[in-house]
Design a protein around this ligand. Structure first.
Ligand code: C2E
Ligand code: MG
Ligand code: MG
Length: 545
């Protein structure tokens, strides 16, 4: 028997017992009325209340007979009506319960649908998409297949919404959704995950071409303009794509990386970008790193490595370049490219540069005290360089460590001058007036005007390693290297080549007249202990010769 039938029976039993109770009371009252009526009848009809008179009254009084029938009528009627009422009431209750249950189920379904779908397009929303992605990842792991997640942003949606209003905005979104639905395959999930953001989860993907094929089709959707309230609207989109398992093994990472790719597409002005690890440099993970950098500086987690600069005329180490690394407690040794650009954007570059200058000069002082009279080169980024306090800061440090000012070289890039040429010139002049040497790093990669270079109080140019490392294989690079050397000499500048990786390149640079060489061929950047060992060995070798 089903639950409903059982409930019905129970209800009937309950109702019946209640109604029966009242029928029993009715019967009791009827009996009391018979007894009372019989007593009264024997008294008034026969003059006294005796058993004999009572029996006589019962026998002869016809009205009492009618009364005698009452308990039976009550009992029967009570029993009958109680059954009918119980059945009726129970059916009513059951009908209402079933109706309520149907309504609850419908409401529950509606609530679940609303919680997982977008109200405007009725597409799955972010919650459902995440759930489907999770399931898709499990399936892909079992089948060893690939998934693609595309996040699509409608770039000018805000404009449309603000100018044409809410209603038109929704109509546009509906049209976009309908067109996109035409592109996605049955196995894919199209979702609306933000006001102007859609996502497509691509399942059953055979290979990368498969994904790019769908992305191309998605892009084509926007080739034709949209029409809202008689207006023709050109809609621009950007798409960020990440692939499972190549770019991440869980939902969070896949989403984060597709978002990162979308951000990169926006920044680069491209219509679509597929995630690649180099995009992580700007990721929130890096932002938290920046929070840790301040502490890293205070806790002395930064380390300086030193790379020798070799004078081609004397074949001796005349100076070193200080290159910073971060010995991060969790991420290990991090090269400067991973934190310097971000430090520049977040303002952390100033304390970092002060730390580097301080430690580099302190180290240089120690070398000088032990008889190694090297000069030291420190890299200064554009933002730090264009700070009017920099010259005084450096001058103060030089006197603190008692170092001759011409033993410090400040390496700046062409970017420092382009940003604010007048300020750059003022700072350069103040530093050069103190005898501090200025080197233009990564020369050839910027946009320096030669006329400008002539006016700058610089002592050295460093040919960018991208030209040097390839100069034997690439004739164009060789020509550039030669031109920079000639240019430097014409302007009476010292010319340094960085990125010298082998003897052949060193010989060619010597032939071209380069003054100083720096690169892995001579030495990789080393910590102070390794560097000192190297110097002592070299001195021992020279003494033995
Ligand atoms: P940079 O100033 O041009 O430094 C030269 C870079 O080339 C160094 O990379 C060095 O390790 C690398 N290098 C040296 N020889 C060779 C070679 O033969 N072949 C190749 N392929 N590479 C070579 P590193 O140490 O990773 O530094 C990268 C950049 O980070 C530096 O380029 C500089 O712009 C910046 N940097 C380093 N330390 C500091 C610092 O203390 N402050 C600032 N603002 N920037 C710094
Ligand atoms: Mg440098
Ligand atoms: Mg360089």
């Amino acid at each position: 028997m089903d639950r409903l039938g059982q409930t019905f029976k129970n209800n009937v039993r309950l109702m019946k017992s209640r109604v029966t109770k009242y029928a029993v009371i009715g019967v009791v009252i009827a009996f009391a009325a018979i007894i009372l009526a019989t007593i009264l009848s024997s008294y008034f009809q026969y003059g006294a209340v005796t058993l004999e008179n009572i029996a006589r009254a019962q026998k002869e009084n016809v009205t009492l007979w009618v009364l005698d029938a009452m308990p039976f009528i009550f009992a029967f009627w009570g029993q009958y009506s109680s059954s009918i009422m119980a059945y009726e009431a129970s059916s009513l209750v059951l009908d209402q319960t079933a109706e309520l249950r149907d309504m609850t189920v419908a409401l529950e379904y509606k609530a679940a649908h609303e919680a997982t779908h977008d109200a405007v397009t009725d597409l799955p929303n972010r919650v459902l998409l995440i759930d489907r992605t999770e399931q898709a990842i499990h399936a892909a792991l079992r089948q060893k297949s690939v998934l693609g997640l595309c996040i699509l942003n409608i770039e000018n949606f805000k404009e449309v919404h603000d100018t044409l209003g809410h209603y038109s905005g929704d109509r546009l979104i509906k049209q976009v959704a309908t067109r996109l639905q035409g592109v996605v395959r049955k196995s894919d999930t199209l979702a609306r995950i933000g006001t102007d953001e859609f996502a497509i989860l691509l399942q059953e993907v055979a290979n990368l071409q498969n994904i790019t094929g769908i992305i191309d089709k998605t892009k084509n959707v926007f080739n034709e303009p949209f029409s809202v309230e008689g207006l023709v609207l050109d809609i621009r989109t950007r798409i960020g794509i990440s692939i499972f398992p190549e770019h991440g093994k869980d939902v969070d990472t896949i989403f984060q990386r597709a978002n990162l790719a979308l951000l990169a597409a926006k920044q680069a002005g491209k219509q679509s970008v597929i995630y690649s690890p180099n995009l992580d440099k700007n990721s929130p993970h890096r932002l938290t790193l920046m929070g840790e950098l301040r502490q890293g500086i205070e806790n002395n987690e930064l380390v300086l490595h030193y790379q020798p600069k070799v004078d081609l005329h004397t074949r001796k180490i005349t100076g070193v370049e200080a290159l910073v690394r971060w010995n991060h407690p969790e991420h290990g040794f991090m090269p400067p490219d991973e934190f310097i650009p971000m430090a520049e954007r977040t303002g952390m570059i100033k304390p970092l540069s002060e730390w580097v200058l301080n430690h580099a000069l302190h180290q240089c002082e120690q070398w000088h005290r032990s008889g190694h009279k090297f000069s030291i080169a420190v890299n200064i980024s554009p933002t730090t360089f264009l700070d009017t306090e920099l010259p005084d800061l450096i001058i103060g440090m030089l006197s603190r460590y008692d170092l001759p000012s011409d033993h410090l070289t400040i390496e700046i890039t062409e970017g420092s001058m382009i940003k604010d040429p007048d300020l750059a010139m003022e700072i350069l002049t103040r530093l050069a007036d103190q005898g501090i040497r200025i080197s233009i790093d990564d020369f050839g990669t910027g946009y320096s005007s030669l006329a400008y270079l002539k006016k700058l109080p610089v002592s050295e140019i460093k040919i960018d390693k991208s030209f040097v490392t390839e100069m034997l294989q690439n004739e164009n690079d060789a020509v550039i290297v030669k031109s920079i050397i000639d240019l430097g000499h014409n302007l009476s500048l010292n010319v340094v080549a960085e990125g010298v990786e082998d003897q052949k390149t060193a010989s060619r640079l010597k032939k071209l007249g380069c003054d100083v060489l720096q690169g892995f061929h001579f030495s990789r950047p080393m910590n102070n202990d390794e560097f000192l060992k190297r110097i002592l060995n070299q001195k021992r070798l020279q003494a033995a010769n």
